[in-house]
Design a protein around this ligand. Structure first.
Ligand code: NOJ
Length: 735
């Protein structure tokens, strides 16, 4: 449809029709599972409003969505198609590693491919929009939603944000198998006070702009069709009613002209924040802020028509919002083909196809981070291995956002071992329950599987300890339950359940060679595990092909190369902990200064247990001292920092060289280090490669005292190393 036709359509619509375009309803209203009557109707979900709604969330399946669309359009006065939206986060049916795991690949192009596959499976199932990517920067492992993010680094988050948007959307939303992306949660949702979900966010505007906003901007620059508001406050004002944030920053500064959707019921929640007295006022606040779609409250439908008629809300605000929604439908080609790619035959053909599964396996392998290894891994051919732990025979390793992924499509670790030669000398035992009654996961949409009784657990543990004693090596598959991380899963203690720690201790007593395979959605306090186990492999929630990928790595068929996208804290008292902290006036250098009055703890080190960017390999790499081709540069010039990296071990492997920059003195305090580039190099044993990073003026820019992104003359340090703790550094001057 041409722009002019779209405008004409808008002009022809009644106020009710327009306002209801701004209403998003659950699929249940169309399938008979929900009724637009009684309490629902009182909240704005009347039959009339629902019959004119603009979009639907939470319905899936080509056949079902085509039927809903057809029947809906038949009745709609202007035959305007619905937009179907869903959270397709780390895949639809083919489930990839959780986003935090994807961050560990340091390979945004891989996430672009994963997003493309997710888009394809979503599109053939009838969807038009996914509520992804979540690009919130995260620093606090107590917050369960860190699993949805790609980590603590703004540069990295920008690359992943852009890659995922491109993967979902491609060049043109009309292309087959593309869905619109929705960058979320705008803004600063990843910094809730004390790591408690939905809690207040207290960020200086400077920190918000410098660290938190760039990843949203990157997604918007990549063309994201939608943005979602966040639940939190910013500067004391809930984001969903925050004019400054949504108009001045999102629309004017960032140039976003797509659709802004509220998070689930967030328009209503601004009342509970105490920012509005009632639903009517909430409607005014949200529409003034420029929120185009009301996800699931009915407030717009209930109040906007009267507010316009009473002169409290200018009709232009409604028109503006509705035009953006119609424009998105048009970009997806829905006026010409309201079903887009929905296709029952294609669903059978592409969902979980071999190619998609292979990509899931590749992504999982690349996401694993080897945190420790004292010559236990890879497992030796022919050795007797006991695979013990609640994740040995557990199908669900998909992460809490895999609402569509089906555990029956997942191979267990036990099955993956038995598929191979290694299966012949393997022994298996659960050892204990996953949660052991200590953690109660209540109120989740999906039910938590029943666990064995205390007596059964005791017997399982004895049996497992016996197996461990008989084995040459023990692989202990431990970790969080998939529902222990995700939305509304804040934890004050970031450890694995006690029962699993008991199993760990008992096994360590009878066997010295213990390799822990750790499943988690967040960095955990693993001090004891890390001290006692001979090897630790972090595998996150690895998805459909996770188990096969784990066996690829344990067997040595694949040499691990993942790097931490988020620091693993020493203990919970250290969070929020992140490598790119600002310099303090009293810096402390571990082991060097004995001064009491330093920025440090009395009882723990300042450094995390494992820093951002850290991850081992089955081989070793030697990195030469960094060299620089010139010591001064002017604004328009470039210089190069180089190292030689050599594989000094016995097997081929991949190392990720990381470039960090530190601006020594500036008009505002700078982080001690900032990631500015990285390069993955794969080397055969003995092979050496020169790796050069180009530094140009744009990489030295920051938000100065003038509130502008600019660089300032002065001295800088450039570090090149294999993680963020590197001290391999050269200095240079910007004139
Ligand atoms: C609430 C979550 O915060 C958001 O991420 C999600 O997209 C919506 N619910 C819709 O499911």
């Amino acid at each position: 449809m041409t722009e002019q036709k779209l405008q004409e359509l808008l002009q022809d619509m009644t106020l009710e029709e327009k306002v209801n375009q701004m209403l998003q309803v659950a699929g249940g209203f169309f399938t008979g599972d929900m009724v637009a009557m009684g309490p629902m109707a009182e909240k704005g979900f009347t039959e009339d409003n629902v019959s004119k709604a603009g979009s639907v969330l939470g319905a899936l399946g080509a056949g079902k969505l085509k039927k809903i669309q057809r029947e809906f359009m038949e009745k709609h006065p202007h035959k305007i198609p619905l937009l179907f939206m869903l959270d397709v986060i780390n895949g639809l049916k083919t489930v990839f590693p959780i986003p935090l795991g994807q961050g560990a690949t340091f390979e945004p192009e891989l996430s672009e491919r994963c997003a493309q596959v997710a888009a394809k499976e979503a599109a053939v199932s009838g969807l038009h929009v996914t509520f992804s990517p979540m690009v919130d920067l995260v620093r606090d492992a107590r917050w369960g939603r860190v699993m949805e993010s790609t980590g603590e680094d703004p540069y990295m988050n920008c690359l992943f944000s852009e890659a995922m948007v491109k993967g979902y959307q491609g060049e043109d939303l009309r292309e087959p198998y593309r869905v619109a992306a929705c960058v979320k949660h705008f803004a600063g949702y990843g910094a809730p006070t004390a790591g408690r979900d939905y809690n207040t966010v207290e960020l200086s505007r400077h920190t918000l702009k410098e660290f938190y906003l760039p990843s949203y901007k990157a997604g918007i620059d990549a063309g994201a069709a939608m943005v979602m508001t966040s639940f939190n406050t910013i500067d004391g004002v809930p984001a969903t009613g925050n004019r400054w944030l949504m108009r001045d920053i999102l629309r004017d500064e960032m140039g976003f002209d797509g659709v802004l959707i509220s998070d689930w019921a967030a328009i209503e929640e601004i009342i509970y924040h105490g920012y509005c007295a009632d639903r009517k006022e909430a409607a005014v606040r949200a529409v003034n802020a420029g929120v185009d779609i009301d996800m699931m409250t009915g407030i717009y439908s209930e109040h906007l028509c009267n507010l316009v008629r009473d002169g409290k809300v200018p009709e232009e605000l409604v028109d503006e919002a509705v035009y953006r929604i119609l424009a998105l439908k048009n970009k997806l080609g829905l006026f010409e083909n309201p079903y887009k790619d929905a296709d029952e035959e294609k669903e059978k053909e592409v969902i979980l196809c071999k190619e998609h599964r292979e990509l899931a396996r590749e992504a999982a392998r690349k996401s694993f981070v080897l945190l420790k290894n004292e010559e236990v891994l890879p497992l030796k051919k022919g050795e007797k291995v006991a695979y013990i732990g609640p994740y040995v025979d557990n199908r669900n390793m998909m992460g809490s956002w895999s609402i569509v992924g089906d555990a029956k499509d997942v191979t267990t670790l036990k099955e993956a071992v038995l598929e191979r030669e290694e299966g012949k000398t393997a022994m298996f035992g659960a050892g204990c329950a996953l949660l052991g009654g200590e953690v109660k996961l209540e109120g989740f949409m999906e039910s938590v599987e029943e666990e064995p009784s205390a007596e059964e657990c005791a017997a399982m543990m004895e049996e497992a300890v016996k197996l461990a004693g008989e084995a040459d090596t023990v692989v202990l598959a431990l970790g969080e339950h998939r529902l222990q991380s995700g939305e509304a899963t804040s934890n004050a203690t970031i450890q694995i359940p006690k029962i699993q720690m008991e199993l760990f201790r008992r096994v360590c007593e009878v066997n010295e060679k213990v390799a822990v395979v750790l499943f988690s959605g967040r960095p955990l306090d693993i001090r004891e595990i890390s001290r006692k186990a001979k090897a630790v492999l972090e595998v996150w929630m690895p998805g459909t092909e996770g188990a096969r990928a784990i066996v690829d790595v344990l067997s040595g068929d694949y040499n691990p190369s993942g790097k931490l996208p988020m620091s693993f804290p020493y203990c919970v008292g250290q969070v929020p902990v992140h490598y790119n902290e600002y310099s303090t006036g009293r810096p402390h250098v571990e082991g060097k200064d004995k001064d009491r009055f330093r920025s440090k703890y009395l009882d723990i080190p300042n450094e995390p247990l494992y820093p951002f960017g850290y991850g081992l390999s089955y081989t070793r790499f030697a990195v030469s001292p960094a060299e620089i081709d010139k010591e001064r540069m002017s604004g328009g010039e470039k210089l190069h920092v180089s190292v030689n990296v050599k594989n000094v071990g016995d097997v081929a492997g991949t190392e990720t060289l990381q470039l960090y920059i530190h601006d020594i003195a500036a008009s505002v305090v700078r982080p001690v280090k900032e990631l500015k580039g990285f390069r993955k190099v794969t080397l055969e044993p003995g092979q050496e490669e020169r790796v050069s990073f180009e530094i140009d003026g744009s990489m030295l820019r920051f938000l100065t005292e003038n509130d502008r992104w600019e660089s300032e003359p002065g001295e800088f340090e450039a570090f090149v190393g294999t993680d963020s703790s590197t001290v391999n550094c050269v200095k240079f001057w910007l004139d």
